[in-house]
Ligand binder design. Structure first.
Ligand code: AMP
Ligand code: MG
Length: 349
């Protein structure tokens, strides 16, 4: 693992990492969303190393990262003309587009689908690495399957140490949640995963956009691979309405159940409870997003038995925050002490 600065990525380190990618190895690198575990997207055996390192199911496709819009023709079958100005305006950035795949992309990258997802990241370390490698880099988040995505090098050391050829430590991820994914092969572009690039921003540039919120009753995955348990801490975590937080904490304290509250600064002032992990202020949902996955890992290393996380408004990036929270909690929302107790007892068994 090598430390590297985003302001001025060290050329020697980048060229070493690029050498590993070109020769079929794996590198964990920072992006502005979360850390990625990358390999040469054209090299099937290199890509298979990603699945192995993460214990990732083979039917969960990877995002292909390129350095320049000019590289698109190397990974997609056909560049959709009407989107060209859009790519220029949103990339580099935290948004991924799904397009028809080129034959040069091995099937394992796309989990056998005829579509590939593509992104140009804005993080300068990521961009320098892709440029220096000279090949597109296939990279999912650099966590073990089901675990929260890593947003700090320390998260990677917790579970990926020894499983890849190199780790670049570029500090904390700027957004801290995964990119927005939009399928542009359908007539009306469809959001498969909400992310830092919000639905409102998308509608401004694309006009009509489909977005089907995944909910508890249907639980229907919007993107391939999204059916899996995702983003989860090892300890039980429950979603709680802000107004019920205090009541459930008091109950846990009375029953001697060690509990951590994951909440905003505003909520923490209301509940006035010492074991709180504060995500940030509700006036800045990007800050809440940035600290979210770190809070799940903090819960795991705490002494507590259970975590409660508050619910947030689904406006702007709040939609992406709630999407990750819903998946991490398995859509288990509790607002009464008896429903909490019965779900918690089930999980504890
Ligand atoms: P990760 O980077 O770990 O968040 O994983 C990438 C996610 O992108 C996958 O779980 C899929 O949901 C989505 N994805 C990647 N490729 C495709 C594709 N070709 N079509 C639709 N979704 C995709
Ligand atoms: Mg992932």
């Amino acid at each position: 693992m090598l430390k590297i600065s985003e302001a001025r990525p060290n050329k020697r380190i980048i060229s070493k990492a690029a050498h590993i990618i070109r020769y079929g190895g794996t590198v964990i690198f920072p992006t502005e969303t979360v850390y990625g575990l990358g390999a040469n997207a054209f090299d099937e055996s290199a890509v298979l190393k990603i699945f192995k390192a993460k214990s990732r199911p083979k039917d969960n496709p990877l995002i292909v990262h390129i350095a320049d819009v000019g590289w698109l023709s190397r990974v997609v079958e056909e560049i959709p003309e009407r989107f060209e100005p859009i790519f220029e305006s949103v990339w580099p950035g935290p948004i991924t587009f799904v397009m028809r795949k080129s034959k040069s992309i091995p099937d394992c990258v796309t989990a056998g689908l005829n579509k590939v997802s593509v992104r140009i990241p804005s993080n300068r370390i990521a961009l320098s690495l892709i440029k220096a490698s000279g090949v597109p880099i296939a990279a999912p988040s650099a966590n073990m399957a089901t675990r929260p995505s890593p947003t700090k090098a320390q998260h990677i050391m917790e579970e990926m140490k020894g499983k890849v050829d190199m780790i670049l430590d570029g500090g904390q991820s700027a957004y801290g949640i995964e990119s927005t994914i939009v399928d542009i092969t359908s007539k009306v572009p469809t959001v498969l995963r909400p992310g830092p690039f919000t639905i409102d921003e998308l509608r401004k540039i694309l006009g009509n956009v489909h977005y089907q919120k995944q909910n508890r009753s249907t639980g229907k995955p919007t993107a391939p691979g999204m059916k899996y348990k995702h983003y989860s801490p090892s300890k039980p975590l429950f979603l709680v309405e802000k107004s019920s937080m205090k009541k459930i904490i008091d109950f846990c304290v009375k029953e001697k159940i060690g509990v951590v509250a994951i909440c905003s600064k505003e909520t923490s002032m209301e509940i006035n409870y010492k074991n709180a992990i504060i995500l940030g202020s509700e006036s800045d949902m990007y800050q809440i997003a940035r600290n979210l996955f770190d809070s799940f890992r903090k819960l795991d290393i705490s002494d507590a038995e259970v975590g409660l996380i508050q619910s947030f408004e689904e406006n702007g990036v709040g939609a992406a925050v709630m999407n990750r929270i819903n998946k991490a909690t398995g859509f288990s929302k509790v607002d009464e002490t008896d429903s909490f107790l019965s779900l918690f007892t089930k999980r504890r068994k």
